[in-house]
Design a protein around this ligand. Structure first.
Ligand SMILES: NC(=O)c1ccc[n+]([C@@H]2O[C@H](COP(=O)([O-])OP(=O)(O)OC[C@H]3O[C@@H](n4cnc5c(N)ncnc54)[C@H](O)[C@@H]3O)[C@@H](O)[C@H]2O)c1
Length: 268
């Protein structure tokens, strides 16, 4: 392995490891011989599989990223049992799936305050607390990389015309506001910390993604594909190279940036 891309010495904390992308990232990074510390609310069959497959390189910690005491006890155990993490991937987040309640996916005027709080709590406060908790240890170690995951909907507004087909079918459906606003907050959390920790050996970057194929219905896929220059939704594998680069020494001179892997969505 070219040493610029060797990540076998990295200790990578990955939040949301049980999710669609988190699980794929973990598998990929483990195949590159990195040590991966998966963090999620509870163990599930995906994390149990990784624990079985990668006995020496994968560890799992139950932790709620919105709770500073849960994070404090987690970092203490990680440092004592494994070492100071060298990479943090802030991947955990929540969104309102298309199957959520009518209020959650309805008009902006009726969007529930409780949904706003829930999304902001995980997507923004959770990312902030993880940066604070893991970043503090990285600063002491004078080395660290933080990768904050954002979305095309954090750079541009959701395209509500994409969901017109649902409204034509009688649903009062709009892509809700909170996810989009939380993901744009990630961009400036990154810039703030890149400046704050710039001379402390810590780099902080955003990785912005477009939608991933996950058996969405045909009408959605047709509308989505017609709007994205590359003509298809992403696969998790489309993001591995960027993630690898950001975890490795190849990205040493990069901080405060937004790496956009979006099939061209935001180029229009
Ligand atoms: N899937 C996509 O199409 C897509 C597109 C653009 C960006 N993204 C971003 O990629 C990231 C991963 O997306 P995904 O589709 O894999 O999501 P997902 O919903 O499949 O997984 C998210 C994971 O985060 C965990 N989580 C939620 N709240 C938590 C908490 N309080 N503490 C700890 N863990 C918690 C969940 O249990 C889950 O395992 C997210 O940041 C998302 O915004 C995804």
């Amino acid at each position: 392995m070219n040493s610029l891309f060797d990540i076998s010495k990295e200790i990578i904390v990955l939040t949301g490891v049980n999710g669609i992308l988190g699980n794929e990232y973990a598998n990929y990074l483990l195949m590159q011989n990195a040590t991966v510390i998966g963090v999620d609310l509870n163990k599930n069959e995906k994390s149990l599989y990784l624990l079985e497959k990668y006995r020496s390189n994968f560890r799992f910690f139950e932790c709620d990223i919105t709770c500073s005491s849960s994070l404090s006890s987690t970092i203490l155990r990680i440092v004592n049992e494994i070492g100071v993490p060298t990479v943090l991937i802030n991947n955990a987040a929540i969104d309102s799936p298309p199957s959520s309640t009518i209020e959650e996916n309805g008009p902006f005027e009726d969007y529930p305050e409780s949904s706003w709080d829930k999304v902001m709590n995980v997507n923004l406060k959770g990312a902030f607390l993880c940066c604070q908790c893991f970043g503090r240890e990285m600063v002491k170690n004078k080395k660290g990389t933080i990768i904050n995951i954002s979305s095309i909907y954090g750079m541009v507004s959701p395209d509500q015309t994409l969901y017109e087909y649902r409204r034509k079918n009688g649903e009062d459906f709009y892509k809700p506001v909170a996810y989009s606003v939380s993901k744009s907050g990630i961009l400036n959390l990154t810039r703030y910390l890149a400046n704050y920790w710039g001379d402390k050996g810590i780099s902080v970057n955003t990785l912005t993604l477009a939608g991933v194929y996950n058996n969405q219905d045909e009408s959605f896929l047709k509308e989505y594909k017609s709007r994205i220059p590359i003509g298809r939704m992403a696969q998790a594998t489309d993001y591995f190279g960027a993630l690898h680069f950001l975890c490795s020494d190849s990205s040493n001179y990069m901080t405060g940036a937004n790496m956009v892997i979006d099939g061209g969505w935001t180029s229009k």
